[in-house]
Write a protein that binds this ligand. Structure first.
Ligand code: FAD
Length: 471
């Protein structure tokens, strides 16, 4: 196929779209506002020289499990996944931790009285990950390719996390399930919140929760390097404010959220379509802290040192309260904190003997409340003495996040609320297509939504190519 394509935004979805277009033979130029490509998949020195922090994404279950990324020779371009022995640790107030073991049989044994219930819930999807992943990482299909598997998923996924957690008898397992469900940013009493727990746990057993050696930037650099071999280019420090200055192209694919699409491409879009985009809803934000540490985190439960990711929130009820507050527009008093300690497993992240940690909590959209003390109180709750290990901290409020990546509107890291309506129609019922035949959207505001998996970019580019061929 011949022709020219322009991609606005070099996030993981923009780069995925660019690769699909370049593979089809188009000449592709990617224009990126920031000096470094990657968007929310970048690694920056956010505290002290020599300490490398992931600005956004840090752990990549869907990156490792992405059918599109798996089809690419990314290891040749420098990507190496590192797996911590356990996917996730969830410390509790009694000084112990419940671990999400990578191997499902091992997880079943370690979860005691709930092992069988956990296994029954996860195994059908874990064993058929290669069928399951392409079905969940695309727009919802009402005639799925694997109807029984997807019907089974739908039966649990549409429920609230609280309802599904009732099948576990041990409060420790319920706490683990709550932490996984809280990735949804939903109230744990809301429909669909259970889906996120399953969508986080299943890849933990099927492909792991790996971190890239060197940080998220290694994945981005591998995508850029592959794109270059296909003849594509990435031009950084180039913010596109309107289409008037763009060179001629046959296809325009935007790694932007709906509000930005209207600002940048408004002149090409119909009024009706712009009204529909204006109805799109953004979600809560995050308050993030990066730490340079002089020692590993002094967890009360030493088992926490076996996992790159640690969920800090205590019991199911504690986490549910935190998430309900945020969904109701209030910052939580005891926020659920997601923490990653990559330098325990990847020595390239910090100078010898030193460490990094990455932590965030959910806050209301655009919140200006300083959550630093509350985040650190939660870390201290499970790791007394943590503050003495801190050499430096870098705080990113919702507005800081948006300043460094314009897609993170109000600190929303998922490209828009993922409730039932925006799960089905994201950002509209046309998904990647807009009212202009040559303009497409490929950001996480399209299916399947947030996370570094490149599948929004993949599907957007496939749709753009199939319509371009017919023109
Ligand atoms: C703090 C945080 C933690 C996260 N943790 C994880 C995690 O652990 N695992 C995971 O899988 N996901 C995680 N995510 C979510 C994940 O990073 C995102 O869903 C994903 O990166 C979205 O990719 P994208 O390409 O759609 O958008 P982005 O990565 O946001 O990329 C959009 C790009 O477009 C550029 N851009 C915007 N406007 C313009 C313009 N006008 N002109 C030119 N360029 C423009 C931006 O600079 C940016 O580079 C996290 C995100 C954040 C912020």
């Amino acid at each position: 196929m011949s022709g020219k394509a322009c991609v606005i935004g070099a996030g993981s979805n923009g780069l995925a779209a660019a690769i699909v277009l370049a593979q089809a033979g188009l000449q592709v130029d990617v224009l990126e506002a920031e000096p470094l490509p990657g968007g929310a998949a970048r690694t920056l020195e956010l505290t002290l020289p020599g300490f490398h922090h992931d600005f956004g994404a840090a752990v990549f279950p869907l990156g490792a499990g992405s059918p599109f990324f798996k089809s690419l020779p990314l290891s040749i371009h420098g990507l190496e996944w590192i797996h911590s022995p356990a996917a996730l640790a969830h410390p509790l107030d009694d000084g112990t931790a419940v671990l999400l073991e990578r191997d499902l049989t091992h997880a079943r044994d370690s979860l005691g009285i709930d092992g069988l219930a956990w296994d029954n819930l996860m195994r059908p999807f874990v064993e058929r990950w290669n069928d399951f992943a392409p079905q969940i990482l695309r727009p919802v299909s009402f005639v799925p390719r694997n109807p029984w598997l997807m019907a089974r998923f739908g039966l649990v996924a549409l429920r609230s996390a609280r309802v599904v957690a009732r099948r576990f008898r041990d409060p420790r397992t319920r706490a683990l399930f709550a932490g996984l469900a809280a990735h949804s940013f939903l109230d744990l009493d809301e429909p669909l919140s259970a889906a996120f727990a399953i969508l986080m746990a299943v890849p933990a057993h099927a492909v792991g929760w790996p971190i890239p050696r060197g940080g998220a930037q290694s994945l981005t650099n591998a995508l850029c390097s592959l794109l270059a071999t296909l003849g594509g280019s990435v031009k950084t420090s180039t913010r596109v404010q309107s289409l008037s200055r763009l060179e001629n192209h046959d296809l325009l694919v935007c790694d932007l959220t709906p509000r930005q699409i209207v600002e940048v491409c408004g002149e090409k879009l119909s009024d009706d379509y712009k009204r529909r985009l204006a109805r799109y809803r953004y979600g809560p934000g995050v308050f993030k802290v990066d730490y340079a540490l002089k020692a590993p985190i002094p967890w009360k439960a030493a088992d926490c040192l076996r996992a790159a990711t640690v969920h800090l929130g205590g019991s199911f009820e504690d986490i549910a309260l935190s998430e309900k507050a945020v969904r109701n527009g209030q910052p939580a008093e005891r926020p659920f904190v997601l923490l990653v300690q990559p330098s325990l497993f990847d020595s390239s992240r910090a100078p010898a003997g030193k460490h990094t940690a990455w932590a965030y909590c959910h806050v209301p959209h655009g919140s200006k409340v300083d959550m630093l003390e509350r985040v650190e109180n939660q870390i201290e709750r499970f790791a007394p003495g943590f503050r003495e290990c801190v050499l430096a901290r870098g705080v990113l409020t919702p507005s800081d996040l948006q300043r460094l990546d314009a897609n993170l509107v109000g600190g929303d890291i998922g490209g828009g609320v993922m409730d039932l309506r925006q799960f089905l129609f994201r950002p509209t019922s046309q998904y990647y297509a807009t009212s202009a035949p040559d303009v497409y959207i490929c950001s996480s505001s399209t299916p399947p939504g947030g996370g570094v998996h490149g599948m929004c970019g993949y599907h957007a580019a496939k749709m753009a190519l199939s319509r371009f061929q017919k023109r």
